[in-house]
Design a binder for this molecule. Sequence first.
Ligand code: HEM
Length: 444
Amino acid sequence: MTDVQADAPFGVREAPHHRSWPVIGSSLAYIRDAHTFLRRLYERHGEVAKIDAFGTQCHFMLGPDANQFVLQNRGNLFENARWSYFIGPFFNRGLMLLDFDEHRLHRRIMNAAFSQDALLGYFERMQTTIDAELSRWDAGECLLFKRLKAMTLNIGSEVFVGQKPGDDADAINDAFLDTVQAATGLIRTAIPGTRWNAGLKGRKLLEAHFKRAVPAKRANPGPDLFSRLCEARTEDGELFSDEDIVNHMIFVLMAAHDTSTITLSNLVYQLAKQPVWQERLREECRAIGPGALSMTDLERFEDTSLAIKETLRIAAPVPILPRGVTEECVFKGVRLPKGAMVAVTPWMTHHMPEWWDEPQRFDPERFSAARAEDRRHPFLWTPFGGGAHKCIGLHFGMMEVKAILHQLLLRFRFSVPDGYVMPQDFTSLPIPKDRLPIRLERLN
Ligand code: HEM
């Protein structure tokens, strides 16, 4: 047993077991209101608690010390392969699901597709798509989440796949949604009508779509991420097989398009609720100018960067990061058995009143140099994870969110009715349950 943090003076103890309903365990409590569920878990049991949910048992590890212990992963005590329990059949061998030496090798190859040079190419292409997409938006009431999701998928098609979304765009969008929603299905076999079955069908469609396209990409590469993955090599010349490329494409496209959509929806929601911040960011966008942005322009979004960070704090798009324990170990006196599933939770950590001032308040200035609340602990603000698996698309994501918000703020003012509170659906990645009805008013 590796005794990594055996600081318990009276010996090692088992994690307290959070009792709940037979069979469904705490699944419904989590899906109904993950925020309240996680907070209560912490208040009742402390930093580690064992729960039954989604057909399995999991040691929830709560707070920034737990984040650091698990994400830093000294001694390779935790493996990412355990993500497979939720998303394995749908995102088989995506980068996030690989471990240790194999993960390092794949990440080294994939880095080439996220180099500064590559990002510049993606950024230029992305802005043309954003401009074209937003030019088609009408003013008035709309379900913003749906519009943003369609837009980020189209950006993904252009920038990642290198093609205009064709007739199958809706089918692909649905396939992604089905694969993501399947993750927390209670019935985990291919029974028609279940989320799991829809997810499997989605995966099949995506695999066939990308498999067909590999030979043409290899023969005729462009500036898109798909081509970059086909060409990407380490310094020793190692590159991806066709199968690896398909697996990575499916995972990256999902990772990019869902997380950015969630971030943008939450950001627009917050700005609709806080018109003062909305105007402040609009002024910043006006000062930067209406045309296409350069990479150096991105540095000029100061208030916008604070607001994005605050949005990622309030609503971390990936609320929970599961891992498998590879070797029995101890965290703050609690035993974590070999083979157990553990999970750290950026969502819960981001709302701890023990660490943040008024955590429920949208207050972007908490990230300013003067206040820097996030620096109170190196693993307090972790929307992109941390350690070896820290999000490889972080810069891409921030760039995309800024470019879309810039255009959106210059073209529309947005509002929600007084007292409106956006309901969160925690079935999988947290999305607005009502798809965020919002009023858009055209500005020019
Ligand atoms: C605001 C947007 C985003 C958020 C909040 C986010 C969040 C995360 C998180 C929390 C992880 C770590 C998962 C873990 O440790 O288990 C991760 C990994 C990853 N993300 Fe992102 N992500 C975002 C955007 C993107 C984009 C735009 C891309 C691609 C262009 C991307 C691609 C990936 C990949 C490939 C991994 C796996 C990295 C690895 O395992 O080495 N993400 N992301």
